[in-house]
Ligand binder design. Structure first.
Ligand code: ZN
Length: 129
């Protein structure tokens, strides 16, 4: 399917450009604040089957450093929950749980689970200072 391939390639180019601009806009790891651009990338919070739809969705991506990126993937479902909580904590204006549910095709996680994780993050930051 030559046409579909071309269309996909064009979409990938648009997505790559959008993601690069987004990375520059945020400019730091949204988990640990690491700010060296060469170490940063855009992490998709939702699972693989929704990836194409989530590539340019502010409510479904988090800018992360290499260390935090590996950590989120290593932690599986707990990593997705943690990433969503950091999105809420750092960029509440972009947080949209209904959009996450639509992309995932289910109702996980519940808002109360995200809020518990946000509380854990805030308490952790308070203990560090
Ligand atoms: Zn980090």
């Amino acid at each position: 399917m030559r046409h579909a391939t071309k269309k996909r390639a064009a979409l990938n180019r648009v997505a790559a450009e959008w993601r690069h601009k987004f990375l520059l806009e945020i400019g730091r790891c949204e988990r640990c604040n690491h700010a060296y651009l060469g170490h940063l990338s855009v992490h998709e919070i939702t699972n693989a089957h929704a990836r194409q739809h989530a590539l340019m969705e502010r409510a479904a991506v988090l800018v992360v450093c290499q260390y935090c990126h590996a950590r989120f993937h290593r932690k599986g479902m707990a990593g997705k929950l943690e990433a969503l909580a950091y999105l809420y904590h750092r960029r509440g204006y972009d947080f949209d749980l209904d959009k996450i549910h639509a992309l995932r095709g289910d109702n996980w996680p519940e808002l109360s689970e995200v809020m518990l994780e946000v509380k854990r993050i805030i308490e952790g930051e308070r203990d560090e200072s």
